[in-house]
Design a protein around this ligand. Structure first.
Ligand code: MOS
Length: 735
């Protein structure tokens, strides 16, 4: 297959598009087993203490089926707080005792014939609290900051080279503190679970990024063998990390369904998305950059404090980009945690990189001004050919070309670097830039492929489509590997009955599942050829396997004989099928990372502080694109979220009660169409086959990275005000 004929890469429309636009695609909450009952979670309204519940009035309501509290909760195999420790590492709230750890923690579940009855009954539960002192102030908790055991993929602390010598050799230093806010994911589809027991077998329809992870969590939590549990989720309405692990409500739905002896549906309300299902932690980041006069970095430090829950450690790896972004002979990074009485924070789109790039890209801009140097030139002066903290060379990196391409399209050469120098009437114009980056990883994955009697091929893997395009790109990969037209291949996902796939998080689905699909389809193609040449009824009977090709759905022998797959399949007594497994090379001596260059224009009204972003121009080096259309859409969506992080998003914690005062989409601000103007996304061609046989690195998360830094840098250029605290709201501009 040469590249002209390749289906991979083409900007094809989503295969699931019509299903979604017609409302046929079924999301987790849209499964209705017969005799379905409805569950509503009751949450704590205090941040710490003990709880006592009186459910008598609720239980007396007609239509109420069952109420779960710590008084009647079944004793779970690993009982007690912290003992339930599923693979994703979540400490669940399953009413094994009367302790309250945060405001919003589940303390009861009501099951009723209808959602309305369950909601009303939930409001009739009387709750008394013996409150205990709670840790709710990040500032106060900082004095007891501690080092976590681990980051997601690294040690919390790392140093390389001689930092003291590097500082000594520097002519210029910048040393500032940058802060980012708590955020909550809020995909359009909230968390939802339908739990259905048939005897000792459990089927769960769950809004998740990880069907097999949910299965394992439920297995360990409930003490039910994995083979007895099936988890299904064909469509996910956005995930962004909050659906990467199974939270309490999933196990609670299974528990109450078992107790009620009825299938149960539990859907989180929008306001319940603020607390019990993760969020991005608050960070405080000190960045020190030291450089020679010519801009060469000689030392860097990045010290991060982020919050976690009293229940469990989750560390936001904001130092991750600093370890990998710029060539610097010496560096030291540290990560510390403070414990608060809030729900456990978790991965949120580009965890670590999103918050970390804000700090380090702001600091680079500050350094550029100190040096009187162009910010692009400063980045090129410190361009890293290998990962600075490990010395590992990158498998492929074309960031230089990204800076050049995006700068040219933006018109960066026309920038007057002096802050406040560019105006349009009374509006101040600011141009800023930043680097985007996110690592590439792979995990083991499996897929199957089967020739059906109608001559089409069904490919399956227990992976997920979060709205990203998985259905479409896997169909493209399969069609290419088989030699079949795109329309004659169907790809299915989202079911633990299918071959196992990893969590769809960390931008790893294309890079992990893609090669497994490719393997399965290559193996099937070989079996198809062998079946034809062994089949007396085929025109290809007794041809040499090496002489037979499968092209566009037809088997063609070198001597010109041919047979369509449909004809071959119609004579099959049993389906021809194959499995494919793929896994990364464990002993990798290289680093794989994606990069991008972002250029942003802001316009600020100096009197009101109103800030607009009329245009963003970005270019990325992300490996080979599987589908040019869905890829662009991923990057644009990521940039929109970056603008949201830069300008709007903040979960406001009331430090008296531990409640989020803006826990709804009316007051938790996200951009609307009027906030988003031109976003120009481009790519520098790449084919990173040293990372993965498809040459793809994954694109789900890099889009959000660097954006907030670029906006902050543009704001400084416009106004001369350096805003080191996200979001950049107008009060900070007129202060
Ligand atoms: Mo992503 S935050 O790893 O789903």
């Amino acid at each position: 297959m040469n590249d002209q004929s390749s289906i991979v890469g083409r900007p094809l429309d989503r295969v699931d598009g019509p299903l979604k636009t017609c409302g046929v695609a079924r999301y987790a909450a849209e499964f209705f087993p017969s005799n379905l009952a409805y569950a509503v979670i009751v949450q704590s309204t205090v941040p710490a203490g003990k709880v006592r519940l009186d459910v008598s009035a609720a239980r007396a309501m007609p239509g109420v089926v069952f109420i779960l509290t710590h008084d009647n909760a079944p004793e779970l195999p690993q009982k007690g707080r912290g003992a339930v420790n599923p693979p994703a590492g979540r400490t669940l709230s399953l009413m094994q005792d009367d302790d309250v750890h945060y405001n919003g923690e589940p303390i009861a579940v009501v099951v009723a014939d209808t959602f309305e009855i369950a909601s009303e009954a939930a409001s009739r539960i009387r709750v008394d609290y013996a409150t205990a002192p709670a840790s709710l102030s990040f500032e106060q908790a900082k004095s007891s900051a501690y080092k976590p055991e681990k980051l997601t993929r690294d040690q919390p602390d790392k140093s390389w080279g001689d930092v003291d010598a590097g500082l000594g050799a520097a002519a210029v230093r910048v040393d500032h503190v940058y802060t980012t806010s708590m955020e909550h994911h809020n995909p359009m589809e909230p968390h939802a679970t339908v739990a259905h027991w048939e005897g000792d077998r459990l089927t769960v329809y769950d809004a998740t990024q990880y069907v097999s992870g949910v299965r394992e969590t439920l297995s360990k939590t409930l003490g039910v063998p994995v083979e007895k549990i099936r988890v299904v989720d064909p469509f996910v309405g956005g995930g962004f990390g909050c659906k990467g692990s199974a939270w309490s409500h999933v196990a609670l739905a299974a528990l109450v369904a078992r107790a009620a002896q009825r299938p149960v549906k539990l859907v989180m309300a929008r306001w319940q998305m603020f607390g019990p299902v993760g969020g991005r932690p608050r960070t405080e980041q000190r960045v020190l950059l030291a450089a020679q006069r010519d801009g060469k970095l000689t030392a860097l430090r990045h010290d991060v404090i982020s919050h976690t829950s009293v229940m469990e450690d989750y560390a936001e790896a904001s130092t991750a980009p600093t370890r990998a972004l710029y060539a610097c002979e010496s560096g030291a990074v540290t990560q510390r945690l403070v414990k608060l009485n809030v729900g456990v924070p978790t991965f949120q789109r580009a965890p670590g990189e999103s918050t970390g790039t804000f700090a380090v890209e702001s600091a680079m801009d500050e350094l550029a001004y100190e040096l009187g140097m162009d910010p692009v030139a400063l980045r090129l002066r410190n361009y890293a050919e290998a990962e600075p903290s490990t010395g590992k060379p990158f498998t492929s990196k074309r960031l230089r070309e990204c800076y050049a391409l995006a700068a040219r399209k933006f018109g960066w050469a026309r920038r007057n670097p002096k802050p406040g120098s560019m105006r349009d009437g009374r509006q101040l114009i600011g141009w800023g830039m930043a680097t985007a980056t996110y690592p590439a990883h792979r995990q083991p994955a499996s897929a199957s492929a089967r020739l059906l009697r109608d001559g089409t091929v069904l490919v399956q893997s227990g992976t997920h489509d979060l709205g990203t395009g998985t259905y479409t790109i896997m169909t493209q990969i399969a069609a290419d590997a088989l030699g079949m037209p795109f329309e004659r291949v169907r790809f299915e996902l989202g079911d633990t009955m299918m071959p196992k796939a990893p969590v769809s998080g960390g931008s790893t689905t294309a890079s992990s599942v893609g090669p497994a699909v490719q393997e399965a389809c290559r193996a099937l193609r070989e079996k198809i050829v062998n079946a034809a040449i062994a089949d007396g009824g085929s025109p290809l009977y007794r041809a040499a396997a090496t002489d037979v090709d499968l092209r566009d759905g037809t088997l063609v022998a070198r001597n010109g004989r041919r047979e369509t797959l449909g004809a071959l399949a119609s004579r099959q007594s049993a389906p021809i099928e194959a499995k494919g497994d793929a896994k990364p090379d464990e002993a990798q001596k290289t680093a794989s990372r994606s990069f991008g260059a972002l250029f942003v224009e802001v316009r600020v009204d100096p009197a009101t502080g109103v800030l607009r972003v009329p245009r963003v121009v970005a270019a990325y080096t992300v490996g080979r694109l599987m589908n040019a259309k869905t890829a662009r859409s991923q990057l644009q969506g990521g940039i929109v979220w970056g603008l949201s992080q830069a300008l709007f998003e903040k979960s406001l914690l009331d430090e008296r009660y531990g409640r989020f005062v803006n826990g709804n989409l009316a007051e938790y601000h996200v951009p609307v169409n009027a906030d988003i103007q031109a976003i120009d996304v481009d790519f520098v061609d790449e084919n990173d086959t040293a990372f993965n046989p498809l040459g793809a690195r994954g694109i789900g998360e890099i889009g959000i990275t660097g954006v907030a830094g670029a906006v902050a840098n543009a704001v400084f250029h416009a106004t001369g005000k350096r805003i080191r605290d996200l979001p950049i709201t107008l009060d900070k501009l007129i202060a």
